[in-house]
Design a protein around this ligand. Structure first.
Ligand SMILES: *[C@@H]1O[C@H](CO)[C@@H](O)[C@H](O)[C@H]1NC(C)=O
Ligand SMILES: *[C@@H]1O[C@H](CO)[C@@H](O)[C@H](O)[C@H]1NC(C)=O
Ligand SMILES: *[C@@H]1O[C@H](CO)[C@@H](O)[C@H](O)[C@H]1NC(C)=O
Ligand SMILES: *[C@@H]1O[C@H](CO)[C@@H](O)[C@H](O)[C@H]1NC(C)=O
Ligand SMILES: *[C@@H]1O[C@H](CO)[C@@H](O)[C@H](O)[C@H]1NC(C)=O
Ligand SMILES: *[C@@H]1O[C@H](CO)[C@@H](O)[C@H](O)[C@H]1NC(C)=O
Ligand SMILES: *[C@@H]1O[C@H](CO)[C@@H](O)[C@H](O)[C@H]1NC(C)=O
Ligand SMILES: *[C@@H]1O[C@H](CO)[C@@H](O)[C@H](O)[C@H]1NC(C)=O
Length: 900
């Protein structure tokens, strides 16, 4: 029966645990005796100057039970005598001062301090570590120049100062390193000329001077002497001039990256032939000219070749079909011409072909079907001819094919969209003809452009069945018939059918918010805003009746399902009633509420109900005898779990402590009902406030709300144990306290209701809720990305000041995601979607938030950032410390990214 908080064990047990820990630790034996080797003292004195906020080095202690060889990051060797050889203190968030005392360890050969926060100049005193062979200080805050005395480190084999703020020239004295195998100075602020001393590094295997934008220099000629060099990484710096002829001597080279510099001239003759072990070759984004490096696949080891964005000319050799391991081939944005080699299309491992913006000719051979790994092809803006082969449709890994602006002709093969992962198809500006085949298999198709061809016949109805189709451009063809009503099912951000021969009535929701020009050039079309307003009748009868039939069938199916669900409950109820008797209240209060279940149940009536009742059950505001108010949510008890596991689930939720999550104060349940008692928040929900006609809220408050909600979700997703999904993020579930601090409610109700009841209520009450991610239609498995999508919708509400679902100027209801995308597409500018009630001084932050909202609501789940990323991105907006928020939310924007 009613109990107070202390029965719910986890509150009261803290002191006991703490007490027992204390007594336990005081009993621990002190094994490191005072005569312990001085090596542990050396470690302790090293530790004494280090700041260790995360207590990563807590095992480093003279009272520790653990032998120092087993301390965090320490490795000892046992011969000739037990002594420390390796210190690996990577990623421990350490800062403070690096104490040279560590060099008293006589056998220390490897010191790794990478990924910490050491903020100082290069610690030259480490050169006193006589046996040190490897020093890694990558990714700290090292500053200052590389001093001449760096050569004191002359006996090192591996030196890694990458990803710091080291500036100035590379001193010539670095040439005194004799034994160096790895030299990494990448991602720093080095400048000036690279000295010609690299020929001395005869043992060098890895040389990395990349991402030093101020390093304006020619590539030293003597690098070519390094015949053991396997990786040469010079990308993203300021290298200019030619690639030295001496490169022919780099006979062990596996990875060459010279991309994004200012290199000019042609390749040394026979460069390709020189590299027998080459795996990756990247010279993209320079100003190189001349022809393709012949023989580059001689060793058959090449997996990635990138020459893009240069001034290369000439044709590609047929010998490229020998590149049996080639996965990525990128020659886009050059002046290449001639027939594109057939063999390239059917390489067994090829995944990426990018050849757009050249003058390639030739056909796409049917043998492309052999390319079992092919994912992405971009050959736009060339002069390819011939038909689109059937073989292309049988490549099941293909997710992007774009070949706009070529001379392709013939019909689209019926299987053109059979790849189950296909996302983007662009055949616009070719000479394709015939009908557009029905498409059903490509359930992930986001963008389809067939504009400016000679297609005839009707727009296939089946396009309306592709759940994530967002961009559809069929303009400039000879299409006839009416626009399928099925397309209204889609969240189309672009729908362009201009200049065809379409007729009949335009489904209004399809085009609301889109410019009339997307319909122009179809004299037979009628509807609001068009030259013809519709007369009754017209050529769309067939489709209407079909759709009606479909609707009727669907409603019957829904009704039948519901009947079955209800029937199921009755059975479950019967069973549970038989077992445990009716109406027995069981309750657990986590706070002293001083109210009995009976009083609580009495208080739950029409008078205390608030709001329109949430999706999963109504909410009542109940006044406790103390005068305090609580919110009580009434849920069905599905009976799908035993009352013990139900209690367990609710306790799991009630234990959540986060300033942006509503507290659960207790619960009562019977076999029929679950009453969840939440803290009461007087300001109501964000959704209600946005919906008010006189809605006004400063941007700073909105941003704070967004950050709070994001933090709450990040906490549920990543930090709380067990990890939880919210599954019903929407603005009406964001409650506001008196200071407008947001608190999320209605979280993780699936755990109380059971997954199947949760899903069926969701499917019945809000089948097309605009907070639901598009993939909910085809994927039953709930994911973090679905929460991220819903959060994105809330963020867009905050940025635009519009409700998630609002009527447009013509009275058509339009979802905010579609509305925002359409507005941005049409006006080519994002500022038109910002809430006009907010002054323009906040515009930059709002645009940033809009950008984040668009990423969150990306159609493809894998394109959405994680909640943790979103929190950081939003915070960096607020702190104004950086306008580079995209860095946070798009950790890996590569060339493979989709435009949505
Ligand atoms: C352990 O270290 C602390 C400070 O680091 C020192 O005060 C104490 O005397 C040391 N104890 C032993 C047993 O060495
Ligand atoms: C380190 O710990 C392992 C097991 O935890 C133990 O076998 C080993 O003897 C310890 N090493 C030293 C040097 O105490
Ligand atoms: C790392 O240390 C800084 C202070 O030096 C602290 O603010 C931050 O929270 C720490 N991060 C982690 C992951 O421990
Ligand atoms: C490094 O230290 C300097 C001086 O104490 C300080 O101004 C700077 O902000 C620090 N840099 C970082 C990244 O912590
Ligand atoms: C240094 O540490 C970084 C970070 O983990 C790592 O990527 C790099 O390979 C290390 N450098 C060497 C030379 O081992
Ligand atoms: C190369 O190393 C030798 C010592 O082996 C040294 O005398 C010479 O100065 C070095 N060259 C450069 C350019 O530092
Ligand atoms: C290349 O050189 C031009 C001037 O010649 C300079 O503006 C540009 O920044 C350089 N690019 C790189 C990547 O260094
Ligand atoms: C498309 O329609 C135009 C105008 O009606 C006509 O001239 C052209 O021949 C048609 N093209 C095809 C491929 O049907």
């Amino acid at each position: 029966m009613a109990t107070f908080s202390c029965k719910s064990n986890y509150y009261c047990s803290y002191p006991i645990i703490i007490l027992s820990l204390l007594s336990f630790s005081s009993l621990l034996p002190i094994t490191s005796s005072s005569s312990s080797s001085s090596e542990s003292d050396i470690l302790l004195s090293f530790k004494s100057t280090i700041d260790d906020p995360s207590h990563s080095l807590s095992s480093w202690s003279n009272t520790s039970a653990t032998h120092y060889c087993n301390w965090t990051g320490v490795t000892c060797s046992s011969s000739p005598s037990l002594s420390i050889t390796t210190l690996d203190l990577q990623s421990l968030n350490l800062s403070g001062e690096l104490n040279p005392s560590i060099c008293q360890l006589p056998h220390l050969s490897s010191l790794n301090l990478a990924d910490n926060r050491f903020n100082q100049s290069i610690p030259l005193h480490f050169s006193e570590c006589e046996s040190l062979l490897s020093l890694n200080l990558s990714n700290n805050f090292l500053w200052g120049t590389i001093p001449d005395q760096i050569s004191q480190f002359g006996s090192l084999e591996k030196l890694d100062f990458s990803r710091n703020h080291i500036e100035g020239r590379i001193p010539e004295s670095i040439g005194l390193f004799q034994d160096l195998q790895v030299l990494n100075l990448g991602s720093n602020l080095l400048s000036g000329n690279v000295p010609g001393v690299f020929g001395n590094f005869t043992q060098l295997i890895v040389l990395d001077l990349s991402e030093n934008p101020f390093l304006v220099s020619e590539i030293p000629n003597d690098i070519g002497k390094l015949d053991k060099l396997e990786q040469l990484l010079l990308h993203g710096s300021g290298f200019l001039g030619g690639i030295p002829d001496s490169f022919l001597g780099l006979s062990s080279l596996k990875v060459l990256d010279l991309s994004q510099n200012n290199l000019t001239g042609e390749f040394p003759k026979n460069l390709g032939l020189a590299f027998e072990k080459l795996e990756s070759f990247d010279v993209s984004a320079n100003k190189l000219s001349g022809s393709f490096p012949n023989g580059i696949c001689r060793g058959k080891t090449l997996t990635s070749l990138s020459l893009h964005t240069n001034y290369f000319t000439g044709s590609l050799p047929e010998s490229i079909s020998q590149c049996l391991n080639l996965e990525r081939f990128q020659v886009q944005n050059n002046g290449f011409s001639g027939d594109f080699p057939d063999g390239l299309w059917s390489l067994p491992k090829i995944r990426l072909i990018r050849a757009e913006n050249n003058r390639f000719s030739g056909e796409i051979p049917d043998s492309v079907s052999i390319a079992a790994q092919l994912e992405q092809v971009q050959i736009d803006n060339n002069i390819f001819t011939g038909v689109i082969p059937k073989g292309l449709g049988s490549v099941n890994t293909l997710y992007r094919f774009s070949a706009s602006n070529n001379h392709l002709s013939g019909e689209l093969p019926p299987n053109f969209c059979d790849s189950p992962v296909m996302s983007i198809i662009n055949f616009s500006r070719n000479s394709l003809s015939g009908k557009i085949p029905e498409v059903r298999k490509c359930r992930k198709l986001v963008s389809l452009s067939l504009a400016d061809n000679s297609f005839v016949g009707e727009i296939p109805d089946s396009l309306g069945e592709l759940p994530v189709l967002t961009y559809l451009d069929l303009s400039d063809n000879n299409l006839t018939g009416s626009i399928p009503l099925e397309l209204q099912n889609l969240k189309l951000a672009l729908f362009n059918v201009s200049f065809n021969h379409l007729s009949g009535k335009v489904p209004p929701s399809l085009i609301s918010g889109l410019p009339a020009s997307y319909l122009q050039g179809n004299p037979g079309l009628c509807g609001p805003g068009l030259p013809n307003s519709c007369l009754d009748g017209g050529p769309m009868h067939k489709r209407v009746s079909l759709t009606k039939l479909a609707c009727a069938l669907i409603s019957i199916a829904v009704a039948a399902t519901l009947a079955m669900v209800v029937f199921g409950f009755v059975i479950i109820h019967r069973r549970s009633k038989e077992k445990s008797g009716v109406g027995v209240w069981r309750s657990v209060f986590f706070y002293p509420l001083r109210i009995s279940e009976q009083d609580l149940v009495m208080a739950i009536n029409d008078k205390t109900a608030v709001g329109s009742g949430g999706t999963f059950g109504g909410v009542h505001i109940v006044s406790l005898p103390s005068g305090e108010l609580v919110a009580v949510k009434k849920l069905a008890n599905s009976g799908s779990q035993t009352s013990k596991s139900l209690k367990g689930e609710i306790k799991t939720l009630a234990k959540i402590r986060h300033k942006n999550i509503v507290k659960i104060l207790g619960f009562c349940c019977t076999d029929e009902l679950v009453l969840l008692i939440y803290e009461y928040l007087p300001k109501g929900s964000l959704g209600d406030i946005i919906g008010r006609p006189n809605f006004q809220m400063p941007w700073s408050v909105r941003l704070r709300i967004a950050i709070g909600v994001a933090q709450a979700l990040a906490y549920l997703h990543n930090d709380y144990s067990p990890h939880l999904l919210h599954r019903s993020v929407k603005s009406t579930n964001v409650l506001l306290d008196a200071d407008f601090e947001p608190k999320l409610t209605d979280f993780a109700l699936d755990r109380i209701l059971g997954d199947s009841l949760f899903q069926s209520i969701l499917a019945f009450e809000s089948p097309s809720s605009c907070y639901l991610a598009p993939e909910c239609k085809y994927s039953k498995k709930a994911t973090e990305q679905m929460d991220v999508y819903s959060f994105g919708v809330v963020l867009l509400e905050l940025v635009t000041g519009r409700k998630a679902e609002a009527a447009d100027s013509e009275g058509e209801s339009i979802e905010i995601v579609t509305w925002v995308r359409r507005k941005i597409n049409i006006t080519n500018g994002a500022d038109h979607v910002l809430d006009p009630r907010i002054s323009s001084s906040s515009e930059e932050e709002m645009l940033g938030a809009l950008e984040i909202g668009l990423h969150c609501t990306s159609v493809m789940p894998e394109k959405r950032p994680s909640m943790a990323h979103i929190v950081r991105a939003l915070q960096s907006l607020g702190s104004r410390s950086s306008s580079r928020y995209l860095e946070f939310i798009l950790p890996s924007v590569g060339e493979d990214s989709l435009p949505v």
